[in-house]
Design a protein around this ligand. Structure first.
Ligand SMILES: Cc1cc2nc3c(=O)[nH]c(=O)nc-3n(C[C@H](O)[C@H](O)[C@H](O)COP(=O)(O)OP(=O)(O)OC[C@H]3O[C@@H](n4cnc5c(N)ncnc54)[C@H](O)[C@@H]3O)c2cc1C
Length: 501
């Protein structure tokens, strides 16, 4: 049955490749970790930070560890403990990845929230684009499909089929929204790096230019592309589409890695999960099959960011809410380990971090409680999501700073395993550095964890990601100003004053 659907995308090698791999497995619509890794060996062109081609992203030191972390998330789909959280039963009684489930009611959204938490247990929320994230962009496209339908019903159908097929194939995708950074004084439409349609063939549209970041793209199957960050572009640059990562003519040039040396679970308890790689995505006259085009030349959609990204924003907020709980838990363990948990100032700091976590959780849940239905898709309340995101990124640095402060010297009083095993220095460290109810080695491990969470180069990259990945704080503030309603309360104030005159 799914072959018919693959035939609909006959020109899309990425889908055919994944279908063939799925045919060899036990579940028609779920990739195991091993199958997922196999599916990434699909001829994609990825270049490492030294300019060398990466022949196999699952083995390369920059992309391999994160690919294996994602593989372990894919395996969770087959694990009894997580099965009902990470997957759902379709109408035929087959299991599919919950990320691709189109939410029709609040209950569906609550189940998605649970899934984000479950994935977070494995990734510690350190990846902004974990496997269940990718569908969020496509669900956003479905939520505003009336606007696409108005433009061209064929494009709307392309979106519906892409979602259906991605769900059948358990695909991973990641967003491409931002343009490459260059001189802002040059009018947007004149910047040389802008991605544009430069021609059309029988097979599809020809793309030239670039996009930026597409975090986790090198270990995903598709990019979901939408040009929505504001006016100023011409119709040739107004493109919405799904781009196979292995599309001929597409090259990913990865940034310098944050994790330079090989990580191990004791010295680098979080680093061992790998890092989320960002890149520039170059399009050299890449021909995109027409059935993957979702909108073309529709300059009215250039400002659709707030609406089309509603699921994306909610996922980012909800994952950060999960991380915030991890911050609070880590703060508690640090204070107990150092024996500082009875000090009033320390307790207040922990209360501040806990409050951050509770506020984010509150936003995530209340966005479901006040969800809206757009085109038959249940969407988290966009106003609450935007305000929650603005708060979460505005306070992020403060919270990380508080967590670091609780550590004292702990963040630098750490030594790698080699020193602990050293015949001369190991015994001294063990004797000099114990914590409360924990030996010195265990305490060292805790601070390795805290370092990876707050202060390592990878944590720095993630901090930047949290604040900027879906536009910087000032931009988000403007979204809150423009879109979150105050009309009713403002009118109340006016009426109240009028009555008092
Ligand atoms: C780690 C990381 C991962 C990312 N991952 C993705 C991804 O997966 N997909 C994707 O599409 N994008 C991703 N992004 C890109 C992100 O969307 C852009 O960086 C963001 O939209 C900001 O655009 P810019 O970098 O071009 O900033 P610029 O336009 O160059 O602006 C620079 C700075 O000027 C200020 N500024 C600019 N415009 C305004 C404004 N209107 N109001 C107030 N201040 C302003 C802000 O301080 C801003 O940071 C990622 C970015 C980072 C850092």
């Amino acid at each position: 049955m799914s072959i018919e659907n693959v035939e609909a995308f006959a020109s899309v090698n990425a889908m055919r490749n994944v279908q063939e791999i799925l045919n060899q497995g036990t579940e028609p619509h779920l990739l195991s970790g091993a199958q997922y890794l196999e599916s990434l060996r699909d001829g994609r062109r990825v270049i490492d930070s030294q300019g060398k081609e990466i022949p196999d992203v699952t083995e390369h030191p920059t992309t391999g560890p994160s690919a294996h972390t994602f593989a372990s998330v894919m395996d969770m789909q087959f694990d009894e403990k997580y099965r009902n959280t990470l997957t759902y039963l379709d109408d035929a009684g087959d299991r599919r990845a919950r990320g691709w489930h189109i939410p029709r009611n609040k209950e569906d959204l609550f189940l998605k929230r649970e899934q984000i938490g479950a994935t977070g247990e494995r990734t510690l929320g350190m990846f902004g684009r974990p496997p269940e994230y990718g569908p969020a962009m496509s669900l956003g496209f479905l939520a505003i499909i009336d606007r696409i339908e108005k433009e061209n019903p064929v494009f709307a159908e392309n979106i519906r089929r892409f979602v259906d097929q991605s769900s059948r194939l358990n695909l991973l995708s990641t967003d491409l929204i931002a343009d490459p950074q260059s001189d802002r004084r040059v009018p947007r439409n004149e910047r040389p790096g802008t991605l544009r349609v430069v021609g059309e063939t029988d097979e599809g549209i020809m793309l030239r230019g670039s996009k930026i970041a597409g975090s986790s793209g090198s270990i995903s199957h598709f990019f979901t592309l939408s040009t929505t960050l504001g006016e100023g572009l011409g119709p040739d640059a107004a493109i919405w589409a799904a781009i196979p990562v292995n599309l001929p003519g597409v090259t990913l040039v990865t940034r310098e890695p944050a994790l330079h040396k090989k990580q191990n679970p004791v010295d680098n308890p979080i680093g061992v999960l790998g890092e989320e790689v960002d890149q520039i995505i170059l399009f050299d006259d890449a021909v995109l099959p027409k059935d993957l085009v979702f909108s073309l030349g529709n300059t009215e959609l250039l400002t659709a960011y707030f609406d089309s990204c509603v699921f994306v924003f909610w996922h980012i907020l909800t994952r950060l809410a999960y991380r915030a709980e991890l911050f609070a838990g880590t703060a508690q363990v640090i204070a107990e380990t150092l024996g500082t948990d009875k000090i009033p100032g320390v307790r207040r700091t922990i209360a501040d971090i806990t409050t951050y976590a509770q506020v984010l959780k509150g936003f995530s849940i209340s966005a479901i409680a006040e969800s809206e239905n757009w085109n038959g898709v249940e969407v988290p309340n966009p106003g609450l999501v935007s305000a929650g995101r603005y708060y979460s990124i505005s306070e992020y640095d403060n919270v990380i700073s508080k967590l670091k402060d609780l550590c004292g010297q702990g963040l630098i009083s750490r030594w790698p395993t080699e020193i602990w095993e050293h015949p001369e220095f190991g015994p001294k460290l063990k004797s000099f550095l114990p914590g409360h109810d924990i030996d010195a080695f265990g305490k060292n491990q805790l601070f390795n964890f805290a370092w990876d969470l707050t202060a390592s180069a990878n944590a720095g990259r993630l901090g930047l990601f949290e604040k900027v990945n879906a536009t910087p704080p000032a931009f988000v503030a403007e979204i809150v100003y423009q879109h979150v309603g105050r009309d009713k309360s403002a009118q109340f104030v006016r009426d109240f004053l009028a009555r008092s005159r």
